[in-house]
Write a protein that binds this ligand. Structure first.
Ligand code: PAF
Length: 286
């Protein structure tokens, strides 16, 4: 497996693959790989001749009081895991490569970045959209794969790709879960034992909401109340939001009459870890 650190080398590598008739699949990550990331690599592998993964902990998407400094970093292990999952090339740029001195250009996807996670993480999606566009310009992938756990991120990136006519196909991959339902996330490693024991309540709430929906319930508020009532069983999970919104504009749905995203976020009380999860009903993110 090839390891590339420089942007020009990365672009040359992709161009040479494409010149030789291969398609390039891309999985952008911030490292600290878990099974969820490996499933993205495997999906990219199925769709493309070659697979590139990036590892870059993007400072522009972290707020000043967020976990940028303590975000888990394990490059050697990540490269080993990526290679075993069929990755052909890992791109590891330095912060200076991505944000050189006098860097001034940011991508702002309007209207859909202020709600849900954007409400408590101002600037987060501006940082995500900016780095993803830059990575697309460096890696020049045919297809890029993102995890559906970050549903708003997928929706924002798909919007950006469409709005800016980017020649990249976006695949939203299913969320991988631990046996008890907790969505896999690099941040799960921060959880205390008590928080870890309560964390599956997030998906339990979403699952019960799905059951209500499948039983015919279409009132957004009833679906929300159902998720909130499950969260309230834990004193260690502090709910940040539960939203019932459409899957393109992220507008709240009082009556569910189209594909719906039910998304929840909470912060844990002991370690201050932020956890998110979601389900999509009546359609998908694709
Ligand atoms: O989902 C992530 O890990 C990040 O937001 C991404 C897409 C790699 C951009 O930094």
């Amino acid at each position: 497996m090839k390891i590339v650190n420089s942007c020009p080398e990365m672009r040359d590598y992709s161009r040479s693959l494409q010149k030789n008739g291969s398609t390039v699949g891309f999985v952008p990550t911030m490292g600290a790989l878990h099974e969820g990331h490996l499933s993205l690599l495997k999906i990219a592998r199925r769709h493309c001749g070659r697979v590139v993964m990036s590892v870059f902990v993007n400072p522009a998407q972290f707020g000043p009081s967020e976990d940028f400094e303590k975000y888990p970093r394990q490059l050697e292990k990540d490269c080993e895991l990526a290679e075993n999952a069929g990755c052909d090339c890992v791109f590891i740029p330095s912060p200076r490569d991505i944000y050189p001195e006098n860097y001034n250009t940011y991508v702002n996807v309007e209207n859909i970045t202020g709600a849900l996670c954007g409400a408590s993480r101002p600037g987060h999606f501006r940082g995500v959209a900016t780095v993803v566009l830059k990575l697309f310009n460096i890696v020049i992938p045919d297809t890029a794969v993102f995890g559906s756990k970050d549903a708003q991120q997928v929706i924002v990136i798909k919007r950006m790709v469409e709005d800016l006519n980017l020649p990249v196909r976006i695949i939203a991959a299913p969320t991988l879960r631990e046996e008890d339902g907790l969505a896999m996330s690099s941040r799960n490693a921060y959880l205390s034992a008590g928080e870890r024991a309560d964390a599956p309540l997030i998906y339990k709430g979403l699952t019960e909401a799905r059951e209500l929906y499948e039983g015919g319930e279409r009132a957004g508020q009833s679906i929300k109340n159902c998720v909130v009532s499950i969260f309230n069983r834990s004193r260690l999970l502090k709910l940040e939001y539960v939203e019932v919104v459409d899957t393109t504009q992220l507008k709240p749905l009082d009556v569910i009459n189209r594909p719906v995203l039910i998304a929840a976020a909470c912060r844990t009380v002991e370690t201050g870890t932020r956890l998110i999860d979601n389900i999509v009903l009546g359609g998908d993110l694709d």
